[in-house]
Design a protein around this ligand. Structure first.
Ligand code: SAM
Length: 330
């Protein structure tokens, strides 16, 4: 007999997500950051009853965010790295956006029925960000928090020792520029994005001592001439657009790059048969609800780069669910 475990697991997935958001909002991770605590100690510190705190903490134990030992609860390494405010790879911005972005079933259903993004009630997300500083800043903070770990995980996989300037097309907060400039001290970078995002990025990047090596360009990447660079980097840009538009960007990069210039596409790639990973499939639903795009397979990205003229194309997994596809203009 086929049992019902899978259906229950999916229901538990929804409750897991809500538990993480609520535990984060209530600052359970911060309260456990300095020392292990008993249930009573943690409840007292939170000013809450033991029963609901135990319910949350037991879910966190089952999910792997907390361990229980000798009657005390302690954070795991993954919580310390991604759920504490002082961490460089803190996911807070993404958790806040996920919580507030009205990810309702009804909205998702409307996206499917209308084949259009519904997160901003049918308004194009990037058009909305041109006019709305607040939305743009929240989105940029969310992207920053979700990109920092990935940004520190790819620079050692791609040889840029003979390159000079990296153009981050739609670079958002500049998370990837932080990763690459830290790893390659000889490189400089150009961050190209819309004006409201550049304003948010300047604020975020002021905490790093990298300003002298970064040029900020507020412009529309469809319309502007690309600033001079010998590496073009696109992170989570292709997944925002239909294949024809990705091809337009890749062709534009090919025209603009010098000989031996490189293009790097950074994405959460689908396996070639699209059977996984689950997160790429979830991201694909997310792109359907937020944009006109989708998650691509490595082969699909390779095909786009090849069609635009790039050669020596390599697909490389980097960290977690992330990969880069690198091509060269020969
Ligand atoms: C999904 S985010 C990726 C941000 C960043 N690359 C990262 O991986 O963290 C897409 C970015 O593309 C930018 N973008 C979208 N359309 C643009 C356009 N026409 N011109 C410039 N930037 C644009 C958005 O403002 C946003 O910062």
């Amino acid at each position: 007999m086929v049992d019902d475990t899978l259906v229950w697991d999916v229901i538990a997935g929804r409750i897991s997500y809500n538990t993480l958001i609520v535990a984060h909002d209530l600052e359970i991770f911060e309260k456990l950051s300095d020392s292990s605590k008993t249930l009573l100690g943690l409840s007292n510190e939170l000013g809450l009853e033991e029963r609901p705190v135990e319910a949350l903490v037991l879910m966190l134990v089952n999910l792997g965010f907390v361990v229980s030992k000798n009657g005390k609860y302690t954070l795991t390494d993954v919580s310390k790295k991604y759920l504490l405010k002082e961490s460089e790879t803190y996911f807070g911005g993404m958790l806040a956006l996920s919580n507030k972005s009205n990810w309702t079933c009804e909205q998702l259903k409307q996206s499917v029925i209308t084949n259009s993004p519904q997160v901003y009630s049918g308004v194009d997300i990037f058009d909305a960000h041109i006019d709305d500083n607040d939305k743009s800043e929240k989105f940029t903070h969310a992207m920053h928090s979700a990109s920092m770990s990935a940004a520190l995980g790819w620079p050692d996989k791609v040889d840029l020792s003979s390159n000079h300037t990296l153009l981050d097309v739609g670079g958002g907060s500049g998370a990837h520029i932080i990763g690459i400039l830290k790893y390659y001290p000889h490189l400089s970078a150009v961050l190209l994005d819309i004006k409201t995002v550049i304003t948010a990025a300047k604020k975020l990047l002021s905490e790093y001592n990298l300003q002298a090596r970064i040029k900020f360009v507020s412009d529309d990447f469809w319309k502007c001439e690309f600033p001079k660079a010998d590496v073009h980097f696109y992170s989570q840009i292709f997944h925002d657009w239909r294949e024809e538009k990705c091809l337009l960007l890749a062709e534009k990069s090919f025209q603009s790059l010098p000989e031996q210039g490189k293009i790097i596409i950074h994405e959460m790639l689908f396996d070639d048969d699209k059977s996984g990973p689950l997160m790429a499939s979830a991201g694909n639903v997310g792109m359907m609800a937020w944009t006109e795009g989708k998650q691509y397979t490595g082969s699909e990205v390779k095909k786009i780069l090849k069609k635009s003229g790039f050669q020596n194309i390599q697909i490389m997994p980097t960290t977690g669910y992330w990969s880069v596809v690198v091509g060269c203009k020969i």
